[in-house]
Design a protein around this ligand. Sequence first.
Ligand SMILES: [Fe+2]
Ligand SMILES: [Fe+2]
Length: 246
Amino acid sequence: MINFGKVLLRKSQISLDDIRKFMSLPIDSTDEDIPIYSYDENVKIMSTYDLEQSIKHIPIKDQVIHSIAHIEYNAMKSYIDTLVRFINQVPAQFQKEFKEELGQIAYEEFCHFELITQLCKYGSQPVHNNLQKRMILTMDSLLGRIAVLSIVNEGRGMDTGLNLIQKLDGDNKYEKVIKKIVQEESNHVRIGLKWFELLCKDQNPQENFITLMNNYQIPKNWKINVQKRKQVGFSDEWIKCLQNWS
Ligand SMILES: [Fe+2]
Ligand SMILES: [Fe+2]
């Protein structure tokens, strides 16, 4: 059987048909050799420092929009990767639900990418690969992957997303798209939190989370939006944990 998820990880540009096919086919992850996802072939990867230098002449709002296109591309590939790499580690009775929910998120990230690339050409600016590096960091741990992808990366987007509006110079077209995307990301965080807690089984989720962050040396360098976190299901213990994590 062809592992279509693996095909998608290697593919540079993904179409709606690809995503539909991925969602409808069973996932075979018995194969050990799962590649780390590739980027769009038109995209130039740079270090964060070189990137900042090379785009500083570009208006801030265009930098923001392009960076969001890159975030959406990474998010889509990361959820495909998580499904292909880890589905067999999810308890059998939950695999169907895991596939449906993460497949749906991958589809929504695809839609976000399509929406944002109506406003900018992906690859017209260089990008960094910090998000991909975090996926490599967590390629051996399902719990670590969900923590980093959903609670940290997506969570940060939810916490800080609307601050981006201030950088858009009052551009309504950009604003409308970003507001829609930020709203949908909240549900991704909610689903990530659900799976993280479920996969922790009898272990304390907050303690597990802090241990993972320390192991991966992931710092918290933004402000937690308590109201938003509570809206998507973070308990008081979680809020305390996220606020004390540094
Ligand atoms: Fe997204
Ligand atoms: Fe998302």
